[in-house]
Design a binder for this molecule. Structure first.
Ligand code: DQQ
Length: 470
């Protein structure tokens, strides 16, 4: 059965140009982590951490949306809400969905003044993912492994099946040591046996605790994604390795995104693709989110793969190409230039290929005011091998992200840039991702500018993007 959607989309993008039109955002109020993503009878079901009452974090429910193609979404009624007097009375935190005959959520229920009692819970749907019944045996796992010491970080189950056995990883920490991922198995999703830490971190190097682990194979390697929490800041790490006899041996590691993506969640879809959703965090204050009436976006779903050097590659789902409209093509140009481009907009998909001399420079500016008072620069400095995205905004609010991005010998820089209101996803050579937020004051600041030195522009293609909401 395909459940009926809720009332039609009310995204007021005509008044709020900062609100994305082709990235997923909640109908109103707050959204953070993707949860429970699953393809069921062909349709993609997307759930997410949601505060339905305010555009700030708190009061965690699971919102729900459905898509035939990963790009066009319809909002559905809320799937999970906290139940007073139960293990999730203070919130339904993150988790995943599996097919156990019936669609089943495994999620973290929280209780306590500071959300410090974190236990793992089940819910099933009997009506095609519309309504969810919590398991009367909840919580099905509440004991933190002794090796962790005293910790209240014990959450975000990610579950997969091998033969008749379910496996689960949970995000946690080991006191005074660092982040930890704990490995479990179960014959039935209810009785869980703790095995051992899949991996343990070092708190000074890769975070105080780890959230939202994902663990899955690509080819003959396994990929572990960790949302690493350092306290004042957060980052998503990936580790590539081999996994045999329940033991993970890392071979290489990297950073999934050098900007605002956090707590991503993946699914294996019917086409056999590993598809990743990531929460694109805001960088503006609570008061501004409350005034906007919404907070949080999801990255365009990305298809994951590995290259020969054990680097994780991410590519926006090709289904997005159907949103491309009016096209602007800049033919190959000379070795230097500085031009205002004859195109503007807040919903653009851009592809660029550039070959650099050793000290070449390239800057593509988006969100550019006619008087230059606000703009966002996407820059590559070949000598420093550095990719930077930086916003200059009125009132001197500056935000900047950077990533080391060395090019292989004779390799061109390829950029895929998705600008959508306040969301800007930049992916270089598929392997360096830098997701940024910009909050210009004026809708009129929508110009584009290109400047470059000692660089050969091979291609620059820009498409205006159609809204995904009907
Ligand atoms: N968000 C959820 C937690 C998770 C965190 C709470 C990561 O389950 O650890 O909203 O952003």
């Amino acid at each position: 059965m395909t459940p009926a959607p809720t009332s039609s989309q009310t995204h007021r993008t005509t008044v709020d140009f900062l609100r994305p039109t082709y990235h997923f955002t909640p109908p109103a109020n707050w959204m953070n982590d993707p949860n429970g993503v699953i393809q069921w009878r062909g349709l993609y079901h997307f759930f997410y951490q949601h505060n339905p009452l305010e555009a700030v974090w708190g009061n965690m429910h699971w919102g729900h949306a459905v898509s035939p193609d990963l790009i066009h979404w319809e909002h559905f009624p809320i799937a999970l809400a906290p139940t007073p007097g139960s293990p999730d009375e203070r919130g339904c935190f993150s988790g995943c969905a599996v097919n156990n005959g019936l669609p089943t959520f495994i999620y973290t229920g929280v209780r306590g003044e500071k959300y410090e009692i974190q236990t793992q819970c089940l819910a099933v749907s009997h009506d095609g993912l519309l309504t969810w019944e919590k398991d009367p045996r909840n919580p099905v796992l509440s004991e933190v492994p002794a090796v962790a010491g005293q910790t209240s970080d014990f959450r975000d189950p990610f579950v997969w099946r091998e033969g008749d056995i379910w496996y689960m990883v949970l995000g946690s920490r080991i006191k005074d040591v660092g982040g930890a991922v704990f490995l479990y198995r179960s014959p039935n999703l209810v009785d869980w046996e703790y095995l051992h830490p899949l991996i343990v971190g070092e708190q000074s190097r890769n975070g105080l605790f780890w959230e939202c682990p994902n663990f899955f194979p690509i080819g003959d390697k396994w990929v572990l994604l960790l949302s690493s929490n350092f306290g004042p800041y957060v980052q998503v790490l990936y580790i590539i390795g081999t996994y045999e006899n329940l033991h993970f041996t890392p071979l290489a590691e990297g950073i999934l995104d050098y900007g605002m993506i956090y707590a991503p969640l993946s699914l294996l879809d019917d086409a056999g693709r590993r598809v990743l959703f990531g929460w694109v965090r805001e960088t503006r204050p609570d008061a501004a989110m409350r005034e906007a009436g919404w907070s949080g976006a999801q990255s365009i779903p990305r298809i994951l793969s590995l290259d020969a050097h054990h680097r994780l590659l991410t590519t926006p789902a090709p289904e997005l190409l159907a949103q491309r409209g009016e096209h602007y093509h800049l033919p190959s140009a000379a070795q230097h230039g500085d031009t205002l481009l004859p195109v503007e907009g807040w919903a653009l998909d851009i592809e660029a290929t550039i070959q650099f001399q050793p000290d070449g420079l390239y800057t593509l500016t988006v969100g550019c005011a006619a008087d230059g008072s606000e703009h966002t620069d996407i820059r590559y400095d070949a000598a420093r091998r550095l990719l930077t995205v930086e916003s200059f905004q009125k009132g001197a609010v500056i935000s900047r992200h950077e990533a080391a991005h060395p090019l292989d010998e004779n390799e061109s820089l390829t950029l895929r840039i998705l600008l959508d209101g306040s969301v800007l996803e930049v992916i270089a050579n598929q392997r360096t991702s830098l997701t940024h937020r910009l909050y210009p004051e004026s809708r009129e600041s929508s110009g584009l500018r290109l400047s470059y030195e000692r660089a050969q522009i091979h291609t620059l293609d820009i498409w205006k993007m159609a809204s995904i909401w009907h």
